[in-house]
Design a protein around this ligand. Sequence first.
Ligand SMILES: *[C@@H]1O[C@H](CO)[C@@H](O)[C@H](O)[C@H]1NC(C)=O
Length: 283
Amino acid sequence: MYLTTVLGNLLIIILIRLDSHLHTPMYFLLSNLSFSDLCFSSVTVPKLLKNMQSQDPSISYAGCLTQMYFFLLFADLESFLLVAMAYDRYVAICFPLHYTFILSPRLCLSLVVLSWVLATFISLLHTLLTARLSFCADNVIPHFFCDLSALLKLACSDIQINEIVIFIVGGLVTIVPFLLIFSSYARIVSSILKVPSARGIRKAISTCGSHLSVVSLFYGTIIGLYLCPSVGNSTMKETVMAVMYTVVTPMLNPFIYSLRNQDIKGALKNIFTKWMMHFSLGQ
Ligand SMILES: *[C@@H]1O[C@H](CO)[C@@H](O)[C@H](O)[C@H]1NC(C)=O
C-alpha cells in the first residue's frame, strides 16, 4: 500500500509538471495535495515497516518528536489545501468568467504559502509544548507512531496547557476548514439550483465530485474517530482509524482524482504516446 501511495502520488505530480494543459490553479493545488499525501505517509509508514522487520519497536526521543512534528505538519497542510481547493471550485462554478482573473497564479501561490506557514506554526507549537514535558519510567507508546495524544498519556508532568492548546487549536484547525469547505459547497449547490440545467449539474459533478470524495474521506475519518460512540477497545479503535488516515486515505487520493478525470487521463495518454514514439525512433 505504501508503494502504491508513493507511485500514485508521484505520477500525479509528474503528469501535472509535464503537461502544460494541466498548468492551472486546480491542478497546481492537486499536485501540492499529492506532495503532502506522499510526505504524510512517509512520516509514519517506513518507520513502522522497519520496526516490524527488525522486531524492535523502538524510537529515540528526538526521532519521536521529529515524527510528531512532521505528522502534524502534513496533516494540517492537507486540511488547508483542501480548503484552497474548495475555494478554487467555488470560484470556477460561481464566477466562471472571472475565474482566471480571481484565481491568478499569484493568489494560488499565496494560498499554498499561507497553508505552509499556518501548518508549520501549528505543528511547531504542539511539538514545543510536548518537548517541555518529562517522561518517566514506563515509556511504551500505545500506538504505531508518535501520536500527540498517545505521548501525552505517558507524560508525568502537568499536561493541562497542552490539553487546552490541543482543544482550541485542534478544534480551529478541523472545524474552520470544515465550515469553509461546507459553505463553498453550499454556494455551489445554490448557484446550480438557481439555473438548473442537466449540463450545469453534470459539469459541477465532474469538477467537484473528486474533491468532495477526498473531503468526505478526510473528514469522515476524523468524525468517525471523535464523534462516534466508542466501539470496544478504544486503543484498538484509535489504531484502526490511524491506519485509515495514515495509509488508506493518502493511497486513495490519487486514484479518486485520476479515475474519472479526463484531463489527467489525457495527460497520461500523451506522455505514454511520446515515450512510445521516443523509443521506436531511438531503435
Ligand atoms: C504548489 O503550488 C504552487 C502554486 O501554484 C506551484 O507553483 C508549485 O509548483 C506546487 N508544488 C508542487 C509540488 O506541485
